[in-house]
Design a protein around this ligand. Structure first.
Ligand code: R5P
Length: 266
């Protein structure tokens, strides 16, 4: 859907770099994907030559990886090493000629840029609707600065508040047992746990992560309350590998919305 954004800051460099706004025509139609691109371009302004970079996954992060590749190609960035958070991002970065490495070789990352599914007012996140939460949490947990890029539709009053999935990566072995325990854990929040699948109804198959695991998506009717307690409780269940709540990890969140760009710092 195309939405008019007459108030978007027409002189915003990120939007102009992204080729979406021009000073002579401040009133434009921007789609949700345009907003993602503008947020991504803004985040890449923080990238400096010589950095080790965590490369996120998803439709928003894709724009940031594209932009990093473009700046490398133009010689405006040099000596970058990227640590991808998924096989998909690995392939994208390879195709752009971004030199790649991993956490074994580069355990300290200067900056990671990634999208999110939900952002609460304290900059806690839900991530992993694209299935990459485990590698994202490992990479983004190892970086000095973690910039999250979102369009304003991702802002929520509390995590789980969008009514969309909060993902939990689980091992395949007896996943039904694990899903039932997860649902029970959040009974008071009206939790429903569902195995993530893909494909047509009759040919539906479980979604398998890059790590060979399944994802159980949790849906809540009400707030789950104390996020740290919820996180601890989930991680205590044998069978759970990781969950998609990223608590106290984002150092900056860049939001692109109707009124322009907002940069929120921790
Ligand atoms: O697993 C996927 C990642 O956590 C993504 O960063 C998240 O799902 C947001 O993706 P998008 O930018 O496509 O909304």
């Amino acid at each position: 859907m195309a939405i008019p954004y007459p108030h978007f800051i027409a002189t915003e460099k990120a939007a102009m770099d992204a080729g979406l706004l021009h000073p002579s025509s401040p009133s434009v139609i921007l789609t949700q994907d345009d907003l993602k691109k503008i947020a991504a371009y803004k985040a890449v302004e923080y990238v400096e030559s010589g950095m080790v970079l965590g490369l996120g996954t998803g439709s928003t992060a894709k724009h940031a990886v594209d932009r990093i590749g473009e700046l490398l190609r133009q010689g405006k960035l040099k000596d970058i090493v990227g640590i991808p958070t998924s096989t998909k991002t690995h392939e994208q970065a390879l195709s752009l000629g971004i030199p790649l490495s991993d956490l074994d070789a580069h355990p300290a990352i200067d900056l990671a840029i990634d999208g999110a599914d939900e952002v609460d007012p304290f900059l806690n996140l839900v991530k992993g609707r694209g299935g990459s939460l485990l590698r994202e949490k490992m990479v983004e947990g190892a970086c000095k600065k973690f910039i999250v890029i979102v369009d304003e539709s991702k802002l929520v009053n509390y995590l789980g508040g969008s009514g969309l999935a909060m993902p939990v990566e689980v091992i395949k072995f007896c996943w039904r047992f694990t899903a039932a325990r997860l649902q029970k854990l959040f009974e008071e929040a009206g939790c429903v746990a569902r195995l993530r699948t893909f494909g047509e109804k009759e040919k539906e198959e479980p979604y398998v992560t890059d790590n060979g695991n399944f994802i159980v998506d949790l849906y809540f009717e009400r707030s789950i309350g104390d996020l740290k307690a919820a996180s601890d409780a989930i991680l205590q269940l044998a069978g759970v590998v990781e969950h998609g709540m990223f608590l106290d990890m984002a150092t900056t969140v860049i939001v692109a919305g109707e009124l322009g760009l907002t940069v929120k710092n921790k």
